[in-house]
Design a protein around this ligand. Structure first.
Ligand code: IPM
Ligand code: MG
Length: 362
């Protein structure tokens, strides 16, 4: 089994280093190979996703990804910006199914900006379509407006589009995932305004006929944004398009009060996957050794479960993380009165120790 390790920028290198130490502590045999991506790759090779990095990712069974981006690249031409690396990987590996769980850990209930009773026990899963929609739709660009409110003016445009097979396959992923959970799917759309999302809704409804055991409801995206802060526990699985999923998954992550805790997985049809924390590269704290490595460590657990067929090892990581939280260790982002503040490395050490101890006691 081969893992392509792409730490990227900002805190990416620090948090991925801890995930690797955790993987090493499991005593499984993987081959791991590291490559540059994002701004780091741009600096070294003049491109955020060099051919060699893409080749490594394609050949691996799974990609463990840190984060990319830094304000200092904001002025580069779009194709050279760090974010293009992640978009390029999604497109080239066909990673259409993005899993973004939002779980509120018992010990972190107070870290949320919502009242504890609204989020205690929260466990929702956002499934975001990741290779279609307005993110990748062609045509797009700048031109002189031929019509509209200001004919002759300079304008920019993007194209929102979904094909039937694209919607069908992500709907199936959502229904299958719901089967392993509480058997409820909310499909989020904007069918009241957009043709693309009326089609989305129609196709999801058709696919649902194959899943009579799953309860399906439909919600407009603006209402979904509201319901997420009003009564988030009413959701089980949310399935939506690329753009709405981008926005709602950040909202859902923040509900838990600890975006530094949330992993994510992006899978293609052969279960090859890219695993990354839900948070970004946090350039403001990069290199200070204070970032929370747990989202990346938990992403490595998802990688073991989904792409490497090592569910038991994934369980070991997840229980080690719970054990460490229960012992009161916290990085700055999840720290509260009465807990012990630790840095990135110490947090990694604690997870490794919990895993090793479990090995000894069987
Ligand atoms: C995410 C990010 C990316 C996205 C950016 C970095 C391109 O926000 O993974 O949610 O918009 O998909
Ligand atoms: Mg996002």
């Amino acid at each position: 089994m081969k893992i392509a390790v792409l730490p990227g920028d900002g805190i990416g290198t620090e948090i991925v280093a801890e995930a690797i130490r955790v993987l090493d502590a499991l005593d499984l045999s993987f081959e791991m190979e590291t490559a540059l991506v994002g701004g780091a790759a741009y600096e070294a090779h003049g491109h955020p996703l060099p051919e060699s990095t893409l080749k490594l990712a394609k050949e691996a069974d799974a990609v463990l990804f840190g984060a990319v981006g830094d304000w200092k690249y904001d002025k580069l031409d779009r194709p050279l910006r760090p974010e293009q690396a992640i978009l390029g990987l999604r497109k080239n590996l066909g990673l259409f199914a993005n899993f973004r769980p939002a779980i509120c850990y018992e010990q972190l209930v107070d870290a949320s900006s919502l009242k504890p009773e609204l989020i205690a026990g929260l466990d929702i899963l956002i499934i975001r379509e990741l290779t279609g929609d307005i993110y990748f739709g062609q045509p797009r660009g700048r031109r002189t407006a031929a019509d509209g409110h200001f004919p002759g003016a300079e304008e920019a445009f993007d194209t929102m589009r979904y094909s039937r097979p694209e919607v069908e396959r992500i709907a199936r992923v959502a229904f299958e995932a719901a089967r392993k959970r509480n058997k409820r799917v909310t499909s989020v759309d904007k069918a009241n305004v957009l043709e693309t999302f009326q089609f989305w809704k129609d196709v999801v409804t058709e696919v649902h006929k194959d899943y009579p055991d799953i309860e399906l409801d439909h919600m407009y995206v603006d209402n979904a944004a509201m319901q997420l802060v009003k009564a988030p526990k009413k959701f089980d699985v949310i399935v939506t398009g690329n753009m709405f999923g981008d926005i709602l998954s950040d909202e859902a992550a923040m509900l838990t009060g600890s975006i530094g805790m949330l992993p994510s997985a992006s899978l293609n049809s052969s279960n090859q996957g890219l695993y990354e924390p839900s948070h970004g590269s946090a350039p403001d704290i990069a290199g200070k050794g204070v970032a929370n490595p747990l989202a990346t460590i938990l992403s490595a657990a998802m990688m073991l479960r989904f792409s490497l067929n090592q569910a038991e090892a994934a369980d070991r990581i997840e229980s080690a993380v719970k054990h460490v939280l229960a012992s009161g260790l916290r990085t700055g982002d999840i720290w509260s009165e009465g807990t012990k503040r630790v840095g990135t490395r110490e947090m990694g050490d604690a997870v490794v120790a919990a895993i090793t101890k479990k090995t000894i006691t069987g």
